[in-house]
Each structure stands twice: as C-alpha cells, then as structure tokens.
Design a protein around this ligand. Structure first.
Ligand code: UGA
Length: 432
C-alpha cells in the first residue's frame, strides 16, 4: 500500500515510520522544509525513544520518504492520513480545525484515482462530514472515502503503543474501505489488537471519550489522594484495591501532579465545546477540568506547609520538569505553574531534566538549569521529584550530597518512605 502522512508531529511521524516498518511505502509530508531536511538526515525533531533508529532504517531501505510537496505525494498514494495539529483555539476551548480543513482543500485538488482520506488527528464529531463536503467540491463522491481512524499512542511509549495497540478503530460505513483498512492493520490485529469498525462519527467520539475518561480516572485518584493524606491512608493501597476489580482496572490510577501534555487538557476542553454545540451538558468532564486546574495549587500549598510557610530564599530543586517521563514535551506540564509561582514567592530554583534546558523558564528570576542531578540537588533545602524519569528512581541521596540534609517531596511516589527516612532525610509523598 502507498501511504501518505500529512503532518510530521507525534502522530504522523510515529505512525508513518511504523507503517513503513510493517512493509508499506510511506511518504511523510510537512510544510516545514527545515523539518523535512532534518528528517532526511535522520534527525528527529521530537524526543521519542526508538524513533530515530526506525526512521534511519526505513529511510535507508527506501520504504520511507519525506517531502514538502503535498499534491504530488497525495497523487502518488492510495491512503492519505491527515495528522496535522488540532490545538485549542486561541482564547477558546474548541479544537482549531483550520489546519485540517486547509489540508483537505489541498487534497481535493489531487484526487487522480480512488483515495481513502483518513483523519488520524484528534478531531471533533462531524469533522469527517465537513472534510467530505470540502472534497466533494472538486471531486465525484465515488473517487474518495473519508474515514476516522483515531490514534491512541502515548508520548514516550509511542512506538510500542502503535505496534501493540489494545484496539484499532475504523470509522467508516463503506465496506470496501473497511476491508482495505482491516488489511492494512492486519499485522497488528494478528498480534492481538482488537478491531472495531463503527460509524465515522462514533470513531471521532471514541477518541475524545477515551481521553476524557482517562483524565477522569487520574483526577479521581488525585482527589482520593487528598482524602488519604487527611486520614493516614496510603493512596497506593487504594489504587491497588480498586484496580483489582476488573471493571475498574489498575492503570491510570497513579496519584501525582495535575495531568498535562498535549492531549488530555486540550481534548477535555474540546469535548465540552462539542457537547455545548449539541446542547448537552458534560458535567463530569467539566468538574474534572476544574479539579485538575486546582491540583497544582493543592501541591503548592503542601510545599508551603513543608517549608513551614517560608518560601523566600529557600533553595528548591525540581527533578524533572516535563509533563511525564520519556518525552521532552513541556505542554501543560504542571511545572509551568509551580516553578513560576515559587519563583515569584522568592524561592531560588534549580532544575534538572534528562531532556535538558527549557526555554519556558528562561525569563524567570532565580531559576537555573543544571546538567547533572548532583549539581541540581547540591545545597538544596527541598528536592521536588516532579517527573517519574527512570534516572530518578534509584538515587542514593545520602551519598550524592554528603552532609546537607534536605527534604524530599516525591510528587510521583517513586520511593518508599521508610528507605528514604533511613537515609536520615525528611520525606513527603502524595496521598500518604
Ligand atoms: C494520552 C493518552 O494516554 C493516549 O492514549 C492518547 O493517544 C494521547 O493522549 C493522545 O490523545 O494523543 P499522553 O498525553 O502522551 O497520551 O500521555 P499519558 O501517558 O496518557 O499521560 C497524560 C498525563 O496523565 C501525564 O501528565 C501523566 O503524568 C498523567 N498520568 C497518567 C497520571 O497522573 N497518572 C496516571 O496514572 C497516568
């Protein structure tokens, strides 16, 4: 199959590379010439474990190409995946679909034979209907089929999530299209992925409902963690106890900082916006958003208490600033709320992240980046473990910085409190 991925962000690049690795001819298109030039040299614009190796391998064996020529690439392909961004509209809460519609219009001029046009970007219900209208302006409806095929991969785990997905969802009511796509995904289905064919609108909503549900699970356990802190209960016991019920399941029940990233915050807002359009009140998701927005305040309040209400001139270290481990993505990371607040209150902040310096903090007073854990921790009053990178999972704090006794606030519950306390350090965690 000849595939064309339009947009080389997380979804487009990872899916394109993985499809190539499964034996398809793939052309990845982006309007950013610089990005395309770098990709041709095997340089990856994002931090994603294992991606670079797969790009180089498939580019060398000529199953993977990179181009800025959308029209030519569409003409030469059978299946076109729209993978451009759908960020939150400026000052609003709905998804900004301008890039999707722009691409659809460009595709409409290049339909030279039957093509399947797929939205892999996260798009609100009825977007497929709009794309169909755009394509119909210049083409006979028999020349194309518009499908929703949402992607469920996580940053930092993207390749594994693509190759071993729980499910493949195809939103189309066209039998021939369904057959072709089932065949395309057969290598994953034969390895155990469930295959679900639904209406196009249902597939669009499955994606949003899934992300909103996962965000709800996290927010739920974060609120239970607040109660655990007041009642002397360990939230991890609650997560295990709840998770053992197969109807609930144990995943995404880890208490910690506010959920962040490029998806949950954006998609929870966008699904509300869609529901408003259809005069439906998604009150549960609305309170999830509110609770999550309040989460950083609650954790900062704890920092305030841990430091006995004295933040000015306190030396605070952040270990990890990205929204989760194995990514360099800072979008909606809770560190973006916490570090500026603490800096404003007069704290002296050092941070270390395995993905290095972050521009986001460049203008803040008394915030510096350190290139080793040791440098970051040295002289600190309080060490906050903000992101659950493996690099932070077995630090011997006592040996690392001799003499100085700092407090640890482990926002990801990486350590066992008794072990850290045995090193003579004060230790706080979440939901305990
Ligand atoms: C999320 C979904 O998990 C993917 O299925 C989806 O494809 C993707 O959004 C998307 O829409 O593109 P991602 O944002 O990459 O993936 O990262 P997650 O691993 O889901 O983490 C999101 C946030 O939840 C992070 O801030 C993470 O720290 C937090 N989280 C996750 C918790 O606080 N507790 C948990 O138990 C799990």
């Amino acid at each position: 199959m000849k595939l064309c991925m339009i947009g080389t962000g997380y979804v487009g690049l990872v899916s394109g590379v993985c499809f190539a690795d499964l034996g398809n001819d793939v052309i990845c298109v982006d309007n950013n010439l610089n990005k395309i030039k770098l990709l041709r040299k095997g340089k990856i614009p994002i931090y994603e474990p294992g991606l670079s190796e797969l790009v180089v391998k498939n580019f060398k064996n000529k199953r993977l190409e990179f181009s800025t020529d959308l029209k030519k690439s569409v003409k030469n392909s059978d299946i076109i995946f729209i993978c451009v961004g759908t960020p939150t509209t400026r000052g609003g809460s709905s998804a900004d679909l301008s890039q999707v519609y722009k691409v659809a219009k460009e595709i409409s001029y290049s339909i030279n034979k039957f093509k399947i046009i797929i939205t892999k970007s996260t798009v609100p219900v009825t977007t497929g209907d709009e794309i169909e209208k755009i394509l119909s302006k210049n083409n006979n409806k028999k020349k194309f089929s518009v499908v929703s095929n949402p992607e469920f991969l996580r940053e930092g785990e993207a390749i594994r999530d693509f190759i071993y997905p729980d499910r493949v969802v195809i939103g189309t009511s066209d039998k021939k299209t369904g057959r072709i796509l089932k065949n395309l995904y057969n290598p994953l289905i034969s390895k155990g992925a469930s295959y679900l064919q639904t209406s196009r609108r249902a597939a669009e909503l499955i994606k949003y409902a899934s992300n909103a549900f996962l965000a709800t699970k996290i927010t739920f356990i974060n609120e239970i963690a607040n109660l655990c802190e007041k009642t002397g209960i360990n939230v991890e016991d609650i997560s295990i106890g709840m998770g053992l019920d197969k109807r609930i399941g144990s995943r995404f029940l880890r208490a910690g900082p506010a959920y962040g990233g490029s998806c949950f915050p954006k998609d929870t807002k966008a699904i509300i916006s869609t529901a408003d359009k259809f005069k439906t009140n998604l009150s549960v998701i609305k309170s999830v958003i509110k609770s999550n927005e309040n989460r950083s305040k609650i954790l900062l309040q704890r920092v305030y208490q841990i430091l006995k209400r004295k933040i000015r001139n306190k030396k605070i270290t952040f270990l990890g600033v990205t929204f989760k481990a194995n990514t360099d993505d800072m979008r909606d990371s809770s560190s973006l709320k916490m570090i500026p607040w603490l800096s404003k209150k007069g704290a002296i902040i050092k941070y270390f992240d395995p993905t290095g310096y972050k521009n986001e903090f460049s203008k803040l007073k008394n915030v510096t980046n350190k290139t080793t854990i040791k440098e970051a921790v040295q002289g600190s009053d309080l060490v906050i473990i903000h992101t659950e990178w493996n690099d932070f999972k077995s630090i011997n704090f006592k040996n690392l910085v001799k003499g100085k006794k700092f407090i640890i606030f482990d926002m990801r519950n990486i350590y066992s409190s008794t072990k850290v306390k045995d090193q003579g350090l004060k230790y706080y965690s979440v939901g305990k």
